[in-house]
Design a protein around this ligand. Structure first.
Ligand code: ATP
Length: 444
């Protein structure tokens, strides 16, 4: 098997309609990307799976959808407008390219070898103006993390959902950071999506440690259960001097990307930083009264914070396999490599493809269309009659479709069909009347 490079993944993602550059007609725009049908499905499936594992199956975690535009006072209180949320910026005196100092190996410009300016702090908040007057009073920011919306709704959610500590609030949504150097395709961009859960616990150290360890394990298992290979994942603890301004303790889940290990999710002990500061700046009492121990305290927070795009990139790379040609018995493919995207069934954009053996036999096409109509309300499915059957299998393997249905001449007489499994390539004959139940048993 040849090496999987990032370039290969970028070109595959574009060729097969997963992800392409944004604003391409105008030459692309600032590391922004658009998700085609398959990319959008994959993204939605990642979010659905996260929501199920973090909200649906947990009795004490509720979901939220808060606004992207919020009062700038929030960002003042959270520390994001001060030095806390800034990266070290240096500029080349010769070519004027800008870099993050902590990403550079040497003290010279990596592009032209020129001398660099002394570092200055560059704030990552994306500024915008609300209303028709562009003055100081109208300045606000696109949220840099979804969790601030959670803190704003801490009381609202606790009271309306009658939550008792420990409890969690989860949210998926867009976040924006004016990154100095966006890079590695969708790994670091200025617009991205976060999946965050804030777990409100008592300040007791033992309790906090217990939940920190609990969430570390749960979050790692989420990636493993969705098929990422164990050897490609690891924990990386932050040293004291690497901690974000709000964090007391932090561990990253890292994936082994083609360019090296990179963070896909962080588990953070945020202490009482957020609620304490919002209480102080807003004048609101955000303390919690614990009936069980008859004590009042500001809850501490254990946070799990993952990026949708980084997870997607890791899932895509991990699932991407090149196998020797001939797998699908198309004559031309014997000489070539075939791509099989071994995505977990929950993540696969298309779950089932329906293929009539040939397209020029009316009866066959009619039967295949009937089967497609039968299954499409239940599963994201695709009907494909264009080209030789081997080629069509190959197209589905490439986009990660776990099951492919073929309608052949016997299907007309016997009211049955063949289901082919993407990974084992095993074929099974199934009666059409039993099809939906059978697919459910394989896919749900
Ligand atoms: P990094 O140091 O890699 O920029 P970070 O430590 O600033 O990341 P956090 O603030 O912990 O990241 O954000 C939580 C998660 O949000 C990250 O694990 C990542 O998955 C995602 N994320 C953060 N910044 C970006 C970005 N610029 N582009 C894409 N995803 C991001």
């Amino acid at each position: 098997m040849s090496m999987i490079t990032l370039e290969k993944i970028v070109s595959f993602a574009k060729r097969r309609g997963f992800i392409g550059p944004s604003s391409e007609m105008y030459g692309g725009f600032e590391s922004s990307y658009d998700y085609g049908f398959l990319g959008a499905e994959l993204k939605n499936n990642i979010k659905k799976s996260w929501w199920k594992s973090m909200v649906q199956i947990r009795e004490n975690i509720v979901g939220l959808d808060s606004a992207i535009l919020m009062s700038p006072k929030i960002w003042q209180a959270s520390g994001h407008l001060t030095a806390g949320f800034a990266d070290p910026l240096v500029e080349c005196k010769k070519c004027h390219h800008r870099f993050r100092k902590d990403h550079l190996k040497e003290n010279k410009c990596p592009d032209c070898g020129g001398e660099l300016t002394p570092e200055k702090k560059f704030n990552l908040m994306l500024k915008t103006f609300l209303g028709p007057v562009e003055d100081e009073a109208a300045i606000t920011y696109l949220r840099a993390e979804t969790c601030q919306g959670i803190y704003m709704n801490y009381e609202f959610m606790k009271d309306t959902m009658r939550l008792k500590i420990p409890f969690g609030i989860a949210q998926i949504g867009k976040a924006f950071r004016n990154e100095i150097t966006p890079r590695y395709f969708i790994f670091k961009t200025r617009e991205f999506e976060q999946m965050e859960m804030q777990y409100f616990v008592s300040p007791d150290d033992k309790e906090k440690d217990k939940w920190f360890e609990f969430w570390k394990k749960e979050r790692m298992n989420w990636y493993l259960n969705l098929g990422i290979k164990k050897e490609n994942l690891r924990f990386k603890e932050h040293e004291k001097d690497e901690l974000a301004h709000y964090a007391k303790k932090a561990v990253d889940i890292e994936y082994k990307f083609p360019w090296g290990w990179g963070e896909i999710e962080g588990i953070h002990d945020r202490g009482d930083w957020d609620l304490f500061n919002h209480a102080k700046h807003s004048g609101r009492d955000l303390s919690y009264f614990d009936e069980a121990i008859k004590k009042k305290f500001i809850p501490h927070i254990i946070e799990t914070s993952g990026g949708v795009e980084r997870a997607l990139l890791a899932f895509l790379i991990d699932a991407y396999q090149e196998v020797k040609g001939g797998r699908t018995k198309t004559t031309e493919s014997v000489k070539e490599m075939e791509v099989v995207l071994k995505l977990h069934k929950d993540l696969a954009p298309i779950k089932v493809a329906v293929l009539p053996l040939v397209k020029n036999k009316k009866e066959l096409v009619k039967k295949a269309r009937q089967v497609y109509d039968l299954i499409k309300p239940h599963f994201m499915s695709q009907y494909d009659e264009a080209g030789a059957i081997g080629r069509r299998y190959r197209r589905q393997d490439e986009i990660g479709t776990p099951l492919t249905i073929t309608i052949d001449f016997d299907s007309i007489k016997q009211d049955d069909l063949t289901i082919r499994d993407r990974d084992s390539m095993r074929q099974e004959r199934v009666k059409i009347e039993k099809l939906v139940d059978y697919l459910c048993s394989l896919l749900k």
